[in-house]
Write a protein that binds this ligand. Structure first.
Ligand SMILES: C[S@@+](CC[C@H](N)C(=O)[O-])C[C@H]1O[C@@H](n2cnc3c(N)ncnc32)[C@H](O)[C@@H]1O
Length: 295
């Protein structure tokens, strides 16, 4: 593990406040998905491509996990763990005609997600609430697709996080975790190098993240929970265009004026964007998809 050390309660409060403060400006500039885009590595994306790359991320995750479009097999009840303003929930609900429950720590996000669901005529089957992924407000075995798009990196207790995903999953359900990891350690290493830990620690401070883990750590964890069909892939090469684009969008007139009107947490997050670029360039940060099935 590598990165920052903060108490769980302080971290939760920081995450809620960070997203309360920054979600409006993100939505203004980037739309309703707060996750990386998925790009063709050799084709530079134009401005218009970024939002479609974020949709592509959802589609690629479904494809990797083998989620079927077949009306008899497609998901019927989905949980969106760490839902942001509900972009994935609404997309998946429409795509599959499914019910979807989203949870976030941010009251502003939950309200906005609900308002957008109402505007889009989805309020009868898509709903959002403020709740902790480590203590989910759902009965056991309810969901046939458990979706966590870029929320796992915020979870201070990865075992509890994974156990909750498994608990709410129905038998046979697919669990999809798309998350930031640090690089796998080599057999001779016991931890990351000091300069790597230092970089992650600065990122943790800016984005309210606890200690990071590697994709291999996740795989061991899921194996220890007796999950089936556990698979992972490093998608870093597909997302590397994303952070430079976010930096560029922050440097536009609209980006700068919005930032100046926002609060300190948002500005601190913007100042840390180049650190993400550096982390990926140094092969320290890995963008991972990890999927499995509950037996
Ligand atoms: C980077 S955003 C991703 C949002 C969304 N999945 C998307 O793709 O647009 C991270 C989300 O994780 C949520 N989150 C972080 N820690 C959480 C926790 N312990 N319980 C519930 N949600 C959490 C945040 O509130 C935020 O909505």
């Amino acid at each position: 593990m590598g990165g920052g050390e903060t108490s769980a309660a302080t971290l939760k409060k920081g995450i809620a406040e960070f997203y309360d403060e920054s979600s409006g400006i993100w939505e203004d500039i980037w739309g309703d998905h707060m996750h990386h885009g998925f790009y063709d590595p050799d084709r530079p994306a134009s401005l218009a491509d970024h939002r479609s790359a974020q949709i592509r991320m959802i589609e690629e995750a479904l494809r990797f996990a083998g989620i079927s479009d077949d009306p008899n097999k497609r998901p019927k009840h989905i949980v969106d763990v760490g839902c942001g303003i509900g972009g994935s929930s609404r997309y998946l609900a429409k795509k599959f005609g499914a019910k979807c429950n989203g949870i976030t720590l941010s009251p502003i996000q939950a309200q906005r997600a609900q308002a957008l669901a109402e505007t889009e005529g989805l309020a009868d089957r898509v709903s959002f609430q403020v709740a902790d992924a480590l203590d989910q407000p759902f009965a056991d075995g309810q969901f046939d697709l458990v979706w966590s798009m870029e929320s796992g990196e915020h979870m201070p207790d990865k075992r509890k996080f994974a156990s909750e995903l498994v608990r709410v999953a129905a038998p046979g359900a697919t669990i999809i975790i798309v998350t930031w990891c640090h690089r796998d350690l080599s057999p001779s290493e016991e931890s990351l190098r000091p300069e790597e830990k230092k970089l992650l620690s600065k990122i943790c401070d800016a984005y309210y993240l606890p200690a990071w883990c590697s994709t291999a750590d996740y795989l061991h964890l899921l194996e220890s929970l007796s999950l089936k069909d556990i698979r992972a892939e490093d998608w870093s090469q597909y997302i590397y265009q994303f952070w430079p684009a976010v930096v560029r969008s922050a440097l536009t007139w609209k980006g700068l004026t919005s930032l100046l009107r926002s609060g300190w947490k948002t500005i601190k997050g913007a100042l840390a964007m180049p650190l993400m670029v550096e982390g990926y360039k140094k092969d320290l940060i890995k963008f991972a998809i990890i999927t499995c099935r509950k037996p």
